[in-house]
Write a protein that binds this ligand. Structure first.
Ligand code: KIV
Length: 281
């Protein structure tokens, strides 16, 4: 765990490329943000995956700006060191460049240090406008869940040499537009490694093998508390669904049996005051 206490900056991440791997994790609320920050995660991504793991939608598409801004505010109040990246939801940057810039600024006002947008060369103009407005941007190519869920579904990207070259061109377009880092989601590891070597900014992989400059996972996947989908690339560092279920079931049983609250969880009146109500001392 790194000892640095000051906020992780864009230039810190740039200097980690090739020397220290970058640990990124999603977070959506104050309490887990505090814990992840203390654990030494470099970047907390307030992902639109919140739509699935927190709000229960079948994809990330329905998440609204107002919901994302609320999650971002909570996460920013928990983290002292980690950089906070807010994920711009579907519909918040596609319609126009001015809308993209305005919404990116709303993320910064909500407490984020940067924003993330899904897309390659086709959104490079929007990325450069946001960067010119002073907001650091993280790119996201490979599997793009906001639109993949509407078209071909969740599939491995960059499986052929031609597909890998197309992804590389997207990465270059984002680099030229000024992104400080690029998420590579579900990209064949050989393609991810090639892109990582050829771009100057750090790549953050999810399901893209060990050759990336950093890794990101969805917190609920890592902790084993989201059970609807279990992608093969996820490593579960804990299986917390069962202990949470057991704890909540014990609570419900104790309430029904009159065992909770016990005396240690109960506040009492002064005995003389209770006596006035007819209680025996
Ligand atoms: O929304 C999210 O959690 C993400 C990561 C999976 C990269 O975009």
């Amino acid at each position: 765990m790194t000892q640095q206490k000051k906020k992780v900056s864009v230039s810190d991440l740039a200097s980690m490329k090739g020397s220290e791997k970058i640990a990124v994790l999603t977070a959506y609320d104050y309490s887990t943000s505090l814990i992840c920050d203390r654990a030494g995660v470099d970047v907390l991504l307030v992902g639109d995956s919140a739509g699935m793991v927190v709000l229960g939608h079948p994809s990330t598409v329905p998440v609204e700006m107002s919901e994302m801004l609320m999650f971002c505010g909570a996460v920013s109040r928990g983290a002292k060191r980690a950089m906070i990246v807010g994920d711009m939801p579907f519909g918040s940057y596609q319609p126009s460049t001015s809308m993209a810039v305005e919404n990116a600024i709303r993320f910064i006002k909500a407490g984020c240090d940067a924003v993330k947008l899904e897309g390659g060369a086709e959104i490079a103009d929007k990325v450069s406008a946001i960067v010119e407005a002073g907001v650091p941007v993280m790119g996201h190519i490979g599997l793009k869940p906001q639109t993949s869920s509407l078209w071909e579904g969740y599939k491995l990207q960059g499986r052929t040499a031609d597909a890998a070259v197309r992804l590389f061109h997207d990465a270059k377009a984002l680099e030229n537009a000024g992104v400080f880092s690029i998420v590579l989601e579900m990209v064949a590891s050989e393609a991810a490694e090639m892109i990582t070597k050829k771009v100057s900014v750090p790549t953050i992989g999810i399901g893209s093998g060990p050759g990336c400059d950093g890794q990101v996972l969805v917190l609920h996947d890592l902790l084993g508390i989201y059970e609807d989908i279990k992608p093969r690339f996820v490593k579960r560092y804990a299986e917390l669904a069962k202990p949470i279920l057991d704890a909540v079931a014990s609570y419900a049983q104790e309430v029904k049996a009159g065992k909770f609250p016990g005396d240690q969880n109960t506040f009492h009146m002064d005995a003389n005051e209770a006596a006035k109500m007819g209680r025996k001392k």
